[in-house]
Design a protein around this ligand. Structure first.
Ligand code: PXG
Length: 445
């Protein structure tokens, strides 16, 4: 903890940190400082306990301050704090890749390490384009994303992403040759669906339309989140992902699942690919990989993609890509310890056993003032509020602030409240989270 920063810092203390994805002036006028965390809770700098309804930022799946992870990180720092992975290697990087390959969806057993979800996405997009080139289809460079998609903030991820605020400031400084599928959020047809909505599988057929427009021979890959969190919990209609898979197969287009939030047990299986029984060609992950303790991301690749690169002279680098901190030993140690905790405590499937209670709890908010939709899957919940006229996002932000005052942490995107608690949440804590949110919604005009 920073000894200098008190529970009531002055404005000057807060000026220098340009905060990410934050209303800086609002925050600095009214700081919400977190000072400590353990299990399901944070404690604020002034000592208030806050129930974590979002696993930090969808990453602390095993709960906070896990001793096993802390010890593994400490031990690794004392043994070897850094080692390069360019033309060198260190054992736990290989151990981690082998461990991940064992829990991966079928065939996705070649693993490239990054430091974040954004880097994982840009890596996967580059692999997709280079793969086609390696097998003699170098004209396949076009990428297809989806409206409302969030794939991080690199130029690649931003370009295939579909969140207007993340794009509009950057004008034409985005990748050329990108197109977007329509999003699958349809409150008119699907409001208050429990689990996956029944309406909307046909939206996957829009891919055929884009293929007819651009020609399949120009398209490298389609990237989607199986469930998107950042756009305010957008679910795939029943059958939608299978249809995307069929169309990609028919046209030799790679399918990339961005599992940065759905990975590592969030929806009751290690990955959404397994929960939905649809296997992508590439899969991006981060967040829960290290329980949020150390930054790390990973791209899982089908073996056929890796193998396509393994040609040419043996001493030639096959993929000109990587980060200084790819497979950083401290991150690898954190990830291995995290996987141990997940396995020992059954956390990669625990969300499945809690999801019925979770669904009932979240849907109990139906009927409260301004609630126009409730969405859920696994341990993900979204509550959509009607926007105030002329002030989109204002009601959602107020609910978020009041929740924090009442001791629960949720996320807000526009007028949607999103929840994704640590997978160790207890039934009583689910009740408390939802009751508190319900009370706040009831009191908010
Ligand atoms: N892909 C997906 C699907 C994500 O959700 C990223 C990529 C980027 O990851 P990094 O590690 O570069 O941030 C994300 C990140 C929220 C929220 O509350 C979601 C994310 C980040 C911050 C907040 O919805 N997702």
């Amino acid at each position: 903890m920073n000894a200098q920063l008190t529970a009531t810092p002055s404005n000057q203390d807060l000026d220098a940190f340009w905060m990410p994805f934050t209303a800086n002036r609002q925050f600095k006028a009214n700081p919400r400082l977190l000072a400590r965390a353990e299990g399901m809770h944070y404690w604020t700098a002034d000592g208030r306990e806050v129930l974590d309804g979002v696993a930090g930022l969808w990453c602390v799946n095993a709960g906070h301050a896990r001793r096993e992870i802390t010890e593994a990180v400490t031990k690794q720092l004392n043994t070897m704090e850094f080692a390069p992975t360019f033309q060198m290697g260190h054992p736990i990087a290989f151990e981690l890749a082998n461990r991940l390959a064992k829990i991966a969806p079928p065939g996705l057993d070649r693993i490239f390490f990054t430091n974040s979800g954004s880097e994982a996405v840009d890596t996967a997009l580059k692999i997709a384009i280079a793969y086609h080139r390696a097998r003699g289809a170098g004209q396949r460079t076009r990428l297809i994303g989806r409206e409302k998609g969030y794939h991080g903030v690199g130029f690649g991820g931003m370009s295939v992403g579909g969140m207007v605020n993340n794009r509009k400031f950057f004008g034409s400084s985005m990748l050329p040759g990108v197109d977007h599928l329509p999003h699958t959020l349809d409150v008119e047809h699907n409001a208050f669906s429990r689990g996956l909505p029944h309406w909307g599988a046909h939206l996957a057929n829009e891919l055929e339309r884009l293929i007819a427009l651009h020609d399949a021979s120009t398209i490298a890959a389609v990237i989607v989140e199986p469930i998107s969190g950042s756009a305010g919990v957008v679910l795939p209609p029943l059958g939608y992902l299978k249809r995307l898979r069929e169309i990609c197969d028919k046209h030799d287009i790679l399918l990339i699942f961005d599992e940065v939030i759905t990975g590592f047990g969030r929806i009751g299986k290690p990955f959404a690919a397994q929960a939905f029984d649809v296997t992508p060609d590439l899969m991006t992950t981060a967040k829960g990989l290290t329980n949020g303790a150390v930054p790390m991301g990973a791209v899982f690749s089908q073996r056929k993609i890796y193998d396509a690169f393994m040609q040419g002279p043996e001493n030639a680098i096959e993929l000109f890509h990587g980060y200084t901190y790819s497979a950083h030993p401290v991150a690898c140690a954190a990830a291995i310890a995290t996987l141990d905790v997940y396995t020992q405590e059954g956390l990669l499937t625990r969300a499945a056993s809690l999801s019925a209670q979770w669904e009932n709890a979240v849907h109990s908010l139906r009927g409260l003032p301004h609630v126009i939709d409730v969405r859920n899957f696994g341990l993900i919940g979204g509550v959509e509020l009607e926007p105030r006229s002329g002030k989109p996002g204002a009601r959602g932000f107020e609910v978020f602030l009041k929740c924090f005052e009442r001791g629960i942490m949720v996320r807000q995107t526009g007028d949607t409240i999103a929840m994704s608690p640590p997978l160790v949440i207890e039934p009583k804590q689910i009740e408390r989270l939802i009751e508190t949110l319900g009370g706040v919604i009831r009191e908010t005009d």
